[in-house]
Design a protein around this ligand. Sequence first.
Ligand code: XMP
Length: 537
Amino acid sequence: MSSNKTLDILHDENNKTVNKIQEKIIVLDFGGQYNQLIARRVRECDVYCEVRPYNISIEKIKEFNPKGIIFTGGPSSVYTEGAPMCDTKIFELGVPILGICYGSQLMAHMLGGKVGTADVSEYGKTYIDVDRESKLFSGLKFKDNVGNRTVCWMSHTDSIKEVPQGFKIVANSDNCPVAAMENEEKELYAIQYHPEVEHTEYGKDIIKNFLYSICGCKGQWKVESFVDNMVKDIREKVGDGKVLLALSGGVDSSVAAVLLSKAVGKQLTCIFVDHGLLRKDEGDEVEKVFTQLYKDLNFVRVNVQQRFYSKLAGVTEPETKRKIIGEEFIRVFEEEAKKIGKVDFLAQGTIYPDVIESGLGKAAVIKSHHNVGGLPDYVDFKEIIEPLRLLFKDEVRKVGLELGLPEFLVMRQPFPGPGLAIRIIGEVTEQKVHIVQDADAIYREEIDKAGIAGEINQYFAALTDMKSVGVMGDERSYDYAVALRAVTTTDFMTAEAVHLPWEVLDVVTNRIVNEVEHVNRVFYDCTGKPPATIELE
Ligand code: XMP
């Protein structure tokens, strides 16, 4: 048994690839809902950043050596007891700081300004007038290119009442006198609204201005250099050791597989457990990609469909299904790993949002039960290796494309670990799996044909536990009802049902009832999350 089975979640400061990066930004997390989005926007501007808890020590910040610091928003009021505060010495580091929303109020409060309840709370799209002389707003090409008025996304009940000494106001709205303030000499900037949100016009340009004009970044964070650096790091770490990876065929584990394979070739073994709950033909597709395109890795497909169906027989409770599948998965993985013998490293496709969500303590949003995969107890390994733990999903996809993975695999929508078992309400049977696979394949094909896949974040067919009376030809039928789901979401914590064109629903419905046996009715799920969830179980 390995002694090192807990994940050292915040070990990134020791990561060699991070150390090699010249331009780094720290995003200090004060608990706001858009914090990850801020970090993603910074990365989209080709600058590397990491999210750290608001109470990180000054020493750690110095060690990280950031070119700039961003304070995020957060739900607290700066003047209430116990409100999250950072170390005041942060303002003496000589590193540019951008405060956003709560972060802007915090900057005002900590530097001697006044913050209080806003006379009028603002929520949603709001007009502001900005000072174009400010480095934050310089060079913004307003649509009509006249005037200083632009639209931003506000969400606040407190506001800055008095700016600290040395600061000047550089934006205001009708109801918010200090929508932005700055102390150019000390390189301190604060904005009340949310530049990271798409509804803010020129939001990304403002972030870019902060990074490039104020912090002096040049945009060195590029996928190609990440790949080169990471491949070198992996080689150095693994030496001539053996690496084992559970490959699900999802985006993260597939990209991890090809990255590791580029680094250590035949020393990598990927175990692909086909539990019979995958989408139609998915098992064969994954096998084809990894055996034909990447001949340099050991790919082991384990066909254990029947084993899973029998474990799931008679089980109807969703969490019990999840538990059974999770446990059985690990058992299968262990059995296969034993056949390989001793391995040195267990690789995982952990990505940066998983790291943020599990590692930041009380300020962070913790996603519920998802992706909390157990680690196999009986696989003997020295260390866990997580080559994607620095990357956001869109970056993982870029790495995948860079490494030659086919687009259908890299751009895939998310698919839950327990697979179709949580898209079949009630008991899972082989017959129901085939019904939902066939219906889902038709649905996906038609969405693709309609050219709307890019506008939807997740869409799938599910099988209700309902049978109803229908008529087929002259015959009475008593068959299943399929439910179709399609949602848009940014973080999968909340979601909205997509207004699918009726023509698409019509074609899909006709095809499903005609082509899929045992289905005589199709429903469209119009519910958002909350109150529903994205999956049906
Ligand atoms: P819900 O249904 O909770 O789903 O709104 C949010 C996102 O999480 C995925 N999901 C899961 N992923 N194991 C997973 O790996 C699970 O048990 C699980 N349940 C839901 C779901 O597909 C959606 O993207």
